[in-house]
Write a protein that binds this ligand. Structure first.
Ligand code: PMP
Length: 357
């Protein structure tokens, strides 16, 4: 740390992203990317756009937002876009929470929430998940805070029903607070709260192209909500980086939305692979939480979480282990192709045999 670093950031502990090895040696099941490539029209659209790179991108992102509005059945003014959904989460925290209106989110959830809260000097309450790692909607009613919920939650993969989300949204609405629903994994089996945005002016849904739309490396996120909420986010976007979505990414995203069915079919493949892997791992003695996402959260009574992570890494498979006490026995494993999952199951079977379990 330099002596010049602002006092207000000296205690900040940054978010630790999952490992991103560049040598291609691993079966990479650690950061919930799609194992499928973007659709062919995406490549074409990006190649075309490269010719215009000398010009700034469209700060209004009109074409991309129009495509999003069409797919999600909302108006143009109800959509804004960002450099990955991480950026949108940061903007939403800045916009809708502060010392007078602290944040509330589960104790086990996306690790960036506490980092963004601290970055912006926002106090927060971590509400414990129930024993079975599910979220109790009643814990989020009558609390008078800006609420953030990932649905499905990460790293558990468990989801809330639309009715449960609505209950929280309605209560927060009566109390004059915003509910942010982070739907990074919604396309793999949960119900989207986008249907509710016309009924609740305090509901903000945040999505990403990183998971179901095979574009993690392009960095594209979006928010859908009441137009006044979107206007607030845009005020902050124009006050920080109006060109936050670059030309190639905007073109890629717009093209991807024209071929939504390709991506939704990929999601169905992931769901099939997830269900098969879940069955097979349970037969091997693993406890696997029922996931609605493109990852599973697993533990084995006879092998520690960190050991399992290390043994898999030695064998060329990368998964995600979190040091946090409550979940240290677990690993989060991204669901990949059928072949990758077969490899995972075979490797785990051999490992348990070796360890004589
Ligand atoms: N929300 C959740 C719950 C996530 O797991 C992630 C991915 N790490 C994100 C948001 C951010 O994704 P991105 O910035 O790639 O859109």
């Amino acid at each position: 740390m330099s002596k010049f670093f602002s006092k207000k950031f000296r205690e900040l502990v940054p978010y630790t992203p999952g490992e991103q090895p560049t040598d291609g040696r691993y079966i990479k099941l650690n950061t919930n990317e799609s194992p499928f490539p973007p659709s062919p029209t995406v490549e074409k659209a990006v190649t075309e756009e490269i010719k215009k790179l000398s010009l700034y991108s469209d700060p209004r992102n009109s074409a991309l937002r129009a495509a999003l509005a069409k797919v999600y059945g909302v108006c143009l003014e109800q959509v804004t876009v960002s450099n990955g959904s991480d950026e949108m989460l940061n903007l939403a925290f800045m916009a809708f929470a502060d010392k007078q209106r602290p944040l509330a989110f589960p104790d086990i959830t996306y690790g960036f929430y506490p980092v963004f809260a601290k970055l912006n000097g926002i106090p927060y309450e971590e509400i414990p998940l129930k024993e079975d790692f599910s979220i109790d909607p009643d814990d989020y009613t009558g609390i008078g805070k800006t609420i953030v919920i990932a649905n499905p939650n990460a790293p558990t993969g468990l989801s809330l029903s639309l009715e449960e989300i609505e209950k929280i949204a309605a209560d927060a609405n009566r109390g004059g607070n915003v509910l942010i629903v982070d739907e990074a994994y919604v396309d793999f089996g949960a119900q989207s709260a986008v249907k509710l945005v016309d009924s609740y002016d305090n509901l903000l849904v945040i999505g990403t192209f990183s998971k179901s739309r095979s574009m993690a490396g392009a960095r594209l996120g979006f928010a859908i909500g009441n137009r006044a909420l979107i206007e607030d986010l845009d005020t902050l976007r124009y006050s920080t980086n109006p060109y936050n979505v670059n030309r190639m990414t905007a073109a890629a995203g717009t093209a991807a939305l024209q071929e939504n069915e390709y991506y939704m079919e990929n999601c169905r493949k992931i769901v099939r692979n997830r269900e098969k892997t879940t069955r097979e791992l349970r037969l091997l003695g693993f406890e696997v939480l029922p996931s609605s996402a493109n990852f599973i959260f697993v533990r084995h009574h006879a092998v520690g979480g960190e050991k399992l992570y290390a043994e898999l890494k030695k064998r060329g498979i990368l998964v995600r282990h979190f040091q946090k006490k409550r979940i240290e026995a677990y690993n989060r494993i991204t669901v990949g192709t059928a072949e990758q999952m077969d490899q995972l199951v075979q490797t785990l079977r051999a490992l348990l045999e070796e360890l004589q379990i």
